[in-house]
Design a protein around this ligand. Structure first.
Ligand code: ATP
Ligand code: MG
Length: 392
């Protein structure tokens, strides 16, 4: 098994083994290692009570919660547990810690997430390694039951399908879609967290069946548009992979109302403002020539224009020329923003422009050099600024 366990988690495993406690790396770390993908966090599980964990790892700190998780030098270790109940479609009613590793793996969502590795031997009761080879997502146990226990798993399913570029086993898919509406019981922050991960992945269009089945309707993402045009979301896979561009395109392609989604997911004010700027640039249409492009960019956007323009070109062939046009503009080194002026605010002050007028003067100078780039030389700009001082 080609799993290279880094120093800290390896040391935690060794300390627990030395104390006579069974301990394993589990979940995403095993899955991603076997897929030779970068591992984001190394989660460990140990077959003992929470108190024994603290006794075996004296510097470990409990990180709260009902699951007895401790953190040891940044490694999270959770006692093996059994879960029962789930009357709220999300959390177990009872958690017991007298579990062995096999019961712990039984509570996990998908076979590829239910492999444990102790540094030497893998425990894989659900044949997750075979599903990894097949690139297939399959529930541990009976899919309907597992999704009814915790509706968040439904969204995780399509998130993993997109991020890992996996297919979904038939019964797992059918059960997830049949219960798609139960996602409404999950909190908006959890849904947003999963959507962030899905949108950040290679194939966010994997969300299509879930959305078309109405799974995100309770979160202001309508199903109708994707029911009519399921292929629509494929565009999203070609949008530059930034949170802003992907969310912006996601909301447009699903026909969501940005304001409503911003409220549901509690987007920050800056994020909403940046999306509005993208909307405005998009609504302006593709500039006809470099001069029109310069006018559009006079006020510096709060995001890299190349990302926005690549996104527009993916969304609408009417913008196909724009990415190249922007490259041509950069190569031309023509001025179109305040910071391109060959006179600085400090130099304007020296030339006798009062501080309170500098912003306005710069704006006028930018407009002038956008039309006539050859004006962008210090003496000309200084002279123009003095003239402007009188009229502004
Ligand atoms: P990533 O960290 O890349 O998001 P992950 O698989 O590590 O992926 P985590 O949310 O970190 O996901 O969870 C760690 C492990 O805990 C999972 O691999 C899975 O075994 C289990 N798990 C997490 N959430 C659930 C859930 N809702 N139901 C069942 N098991 C879960
Ligand atoms: Mg993880």
């Amino acid at each position: 098994m080609p799993i290279q366990i880094p120093e800290k988690p390896a040391a935690a495993l060794a300390a627990l083994h030395k104390a006579g406690i069974g301990a394993w790396v589990v979940g995403g770390a095993v899955r991603d290692s076997l897929l030779e993908r970068p591992v984001s966090d190394w989660d460990l599980t140990a077959a003992c009570q929470p108190e024994q964990l603290l006794a075996a790892l004296p510097q470990a700190k409990p990180i709260g919660g009902v699951y007895g998780t401790v953190s040891w030098h940044g490694v999270e270790i959770t006692p093996c547990r059994k879960e029962e109940g789930y009357t709220d479609n999300r959390h177990p009613d009872h958690v017991t810690f007298d579990a062995d590793i096999r019961s712990d793996l039984a509570r996990r969502d998908f076979t590829v997430n239910a492999i444990a590795y102790d540094g030497q031997i893998a425990i894989d009761p659900y044949h997750g390694h075979l599903d990894l080879q097949e690139r297939l997502l399959r529930c541990v146990g009976e899919p309907k039951k597992r999704f009814a226990e915790d509706a968040l798993r439904i969204l995780r399913l399509y998130r993993f399908a997109g991020v890992l570029d996996f297919s979904i086993e038939e019964q797992t898919n059918a059960a997830a879609l049949a219960l798609a509406h139960t996602l409404a019981t999950v909190s908006a922050p959890r849904v947003r967290g999963e959507l962030n991960k899905a949108l950040n992945g290679a194939r966010p269009s994997a969300l299509t069946p879930l959305i078309a089945a109405g799974g995100l309707e309770a979160f202001a993402i309508p199903s109708q548009k994707l029911v009519q045009q399921p292929e629509q979301l494929a565009v999203l896979d070609r949008i530059p992979n930034t949170m802003l561009c992907r969310w912006w395109a996601f909301l447009r392609l699903t026909g969501a109302d940005t304001q409503a989604a911003a409220k549901v997911f509690d987007f920050g004010r800056g994020f909403v403002r940046d999306m509005a700027r993208l909307d405005a640039l998009y609504a302006a249409g593709c500039p006809q020539d470099i001069h029109a492009l310069k006018l559009l960019l006079m006020e510096q956007p709060p995001f890299p224009p190349e990302d926005a323009f690549a996104a527009f070109a993916a969304m609408d062939s009417g913008f196909a020329k724009l990415p190249q046009m922007y490259q041509d503009l950069l190569v031309s080194r023509e001025p179109y923003q305040k910071q391109h002026l060959r006179i600085t605010p400090a130099e304007l002050l020296v030339e006798g422009i009062p501080g309170r007028k500098i912003g306005k003067v710069q704006e006028c100078l930018v407009k002038a050099v956008v039309d006539t780039p050859s004006l962008n030389v210090y003496p000309t700009l200084a002279q123009m600024a003095k003239g402007l001082k009188k009229v502004l």
